[in-house]
Design a protein around this ligand. Structure first.
Ligand SMILES: C[S@@+](CC[C@H](N)C(=O)[O-])C[C@H]1O[C@@H](n2cnc3c(N)ncnc32)[C@H](O)[C@@H]1O
Length: 236
């Protein structure tokens, strides 16, 4: 499923960094894992060894993940009329379907960012297939809805991978007032407890250290081709 800011291309590399920090199993146990900005769960699919927790502020998205875990099958086709009726609340549908249509059938995977069309593709069908392929790898994940800035981690001594909205970006439901300064304060606060936080961002406050970086091409086109970015992970 297309998802704004989804980590599809880098999911394996990022999961390796997470793995290193969860440590060697001690009496069969690794540090518990939490991903508080789960989105389309690309990184989560690559993380093994429970306990694994995943949350997001978007309650529709979390309802979709839980429904998929329980065997829900999303539709293979969504017309533009259906899309608009759901977006405008004219059609009463489940939260799971609201999320599926809001991301999976929208332009660039941006929450109700316009009906995806063109390229002779059936976007609903592609989102359907992608989600059903993924859900097997996510059966052991504990999904819950939460605002990262306000919730305590579900266990002690966790490894917490954050992939927040990048500074200055918009496009996620309920995050119009995203404040990077509050986010970094929260990361520092939790790190001062017993948690290890790993953060995907292009820039971090000076006291944070870079633990990993890799050049990548974004989906944005420039006159020289695809725009290049260096993806980074920071910790403290
Ligand atoms: C960059 S996306 C995550 C993409 C994900 N790694 C993937 O591969 O699909 C950022 C996510 O943060 C969520 N979000 C934004 N503000 C949040 C908050 N305060 N607490 C929890 N989640 C939040 C958005 O709903 C969105 O799903």
């Amino acid at each position: 499923m297309r998802y704004l800011g989804g980590k599809y291309k880098l999911r394996k590399q990022i999961a390796e960094v997470i793995k290193e920090h969860r440590g060697l199993p001690l009496r069969g146990k690794v540090r518990p894992y939490w991903e508080p900005f789960v989105g389309s769960a690309w990184v989560t699919t690559q993380v093994d060894k429970e306990p694994i927790y995943a949350s997001d502020i978007n309650k529709y998205l979390i309802a979709m993940w839980k429904a998929l875990q329980d065997g829900w099958e999303p539709p293979k086709n969504i017309t533009e009329d259906e899309y608009n009726a759901i977006r405008e609340g004219r059609k009463d549908v489940s939260k799971a379907l609201t999320a599926f249509v809001g991301f999976g059938c929208s332009w660039g995977g941006k929450w109700y960012g316009g009906y995806a069309r063109g390229e002779d593709r059936n976007w609903a069908r592609e989102a359907h297939d992608s989600l059903l392929n993924k859900i097997d790898k996510l059966q052991g994940v504990n999904f819950f809805q939460a605002n990262f800035l306000q919730v305590e981690p579900p266990e002690d001594n966790m490894v917490i991978y954050c992939d927040p909205p990048y500074k200055g970006t918009t496009g996620y439901k309920g995050t119009e007032d995203w404040r990077a300064d509050k986010f970094w304060n929260r990361v520092e606060y939790l790190s001062n407890k017993d948690h290890k936080l790993l953060v995907s961002e292009y820039k971090a406050p000076d006291k944070f250290d870079l633990v990993w970086q890799q050049e990548t091409k974004t989906d944005l086109n420039t006159k020289d081709g695809k725009e290049k970015r260096i993806e980074k992970i920071f910790t403290i």
